[in-house]
Design a protein around this ligand. Structure first.
Ligand SMILES: Nc1ncnc2c1ncn2[C@@H]1O[C@H](COP(=O)(O)OP(=O)(O)O)[C@@H](O)[C@H]1O
Ligand SMILES: [Mg+2]
Length: 337
């Protein structure tokens, strides 16, 4: 029990019997950038809601900055900033008004509050839009405003539930850059996300959850190292050949001819093969497939990524819908609340 966030055997069963979290344990050190990853329905939001005192746990224990989530909720709420999965900005108020209101709710007033709001508007790049109504903001701007709003009272710990999901790549990169800066200033960050590359670059440590349980935790490099193999990605020209399934034929051939392959899994384009010394294997695979008349459309080898770690522990690939910037052109199509 030494972290700024301590969780032990935490469980949550909802009223309808859904066991969303099934006895998880982890801790986060002060100043850490901690990633909490998992597919949809893994229990990420449930965990974050318990830690931020929005939801009661069923059993186990959880504390934030030494305060118990059940008995010291008010103390916890004073020192944390929370960004929920659904953005909550008041679209009838301007960006500045949204932030000022939040500060007032946290007992901040006058010049100090005004200065804090100005400072944050700069950090999230909303100075020019500060006095426009939030209803006119793009999706990325709303997320940035939401983030700034959670920071008004200068929290020590930031809880973020998928802050970049649904954003175009550019807004996503901007938000991760702000988070990095905040973390460098000493704020502890607990973030749930589906973007593994960003986690790999920015999180010092992470836990992977699936079906309410932690299936792996460690630093990104520890987890990637555990895979102990390169991944070779094979794409096939045709999905069927000689009336059979190309994938199965290829798999059969690989299993028969090659030692040192630790695992073969289906991928979008064909197969992903895990093997030590993948680079050496590639020309041999090409030759063998050529002999067997299996048409390859692509072949590539890479060192393990968090995607491979995720696949290994959950049997699933994380799937994130890519959003193109074009979807956000409708900046003025204001949605009614
Ligand atoms: N209020 C609720 N009542 C019943 N089941 C819920 C409720 N909220 C979430 N769940 C269920 O709990 C599981 C975990 O959900 P959640 O914590 O939202 O996962 P994640 O954020 O990882 O997608 C899912 O099966 C979900 O359907
Ligand atoms: Mg969620």
């Amino acid at each position: 029990m030494t972290g700024i966030i301590d969780v032990s055997q935490l469980a949550k069963t909802y009223g309808d019997g859904t066991k969303a979290v099934k006895g998880i344990s982890f801790n986060v050190s002060e100043g850490e950038f901690f990633g909490f990853l998992g597919p949809n329905g893994a229990g990420k939001s449930t965990t974050i809601k318990i830690l931020t005192t929005l939801l009661r746990k069923t059993s186990g224990s959880a504390s934030v900055a030494g305060f118990d989530v059940d008995s010291d909720g008010a103390k916890i709420r004073k020192i944390i900033g929370v960004q929920n999965q659904d953005t909550v900005v008041d679209e009838d108020l301007t960006g500045r008004e949204n932030m000022t209101l939040q500060g007032e709710l946290q007992q901040m007033h006058g010049q100090a509050l005004k200065e804090r709001v100005d400072e944050l508007l700069k950090i999230v790049d909303l100075v020019d839009a500060a006095d426009k109504r939030a209803g006119f903001y793009s999706g990325g701007m709303k997320k940035r405003l939401d983030l700034a709003t959670t920071l008004v009272h200068d929290p020590k710990i930031l809880f973020l539930d998928e802050p970049t999901t649904g954003l175009d790549p550019q807004s996503r990169a901007a938000i991760w850059a702000y988070l990095k800066r905040l973390n460098e200033q000493g704020i502890t960050i607990f973030i749930t996300t589906q973007y593994l590359e960003e986690v790999d670059r920015l999180c010092r440590r992470l836990a992977i959850v699936d079906l309410g349980e932690i299936v792996a935790q460690g630093t990104p490099s520890e987890l990637k190292h555990e895979i102990g193999a390169d991944s070779i990605s094979l794409g096939f020209e045709n999905s069927t050949m000689n009336g059979g399934d190309t994938r199965s034929k290829a798999k059969e051939l690989l299993e028969k001819k090659f030692d040192g392959i630790s695992n073969i899994v289906n991928s979008d384009i064909g197969l992903t093969v895990y093997a030590k010394n993948g680079g050496f294997l590639v020309p041999e695979i090409v030759r063998a497939f050529d002999d067997a008349k299996i048409g390859l459309s692509s072949i590539g080898v890479s060192s393990p990524t968090l995607d491979d770690v995720f696949l290994k522990h959950t049997g699933k690939r994380i799937r994130v819908e890519e959003v193109s910037s074009a979807n956000y052109r409708g900046m003025f199509s204001r949605r009614r609340r």
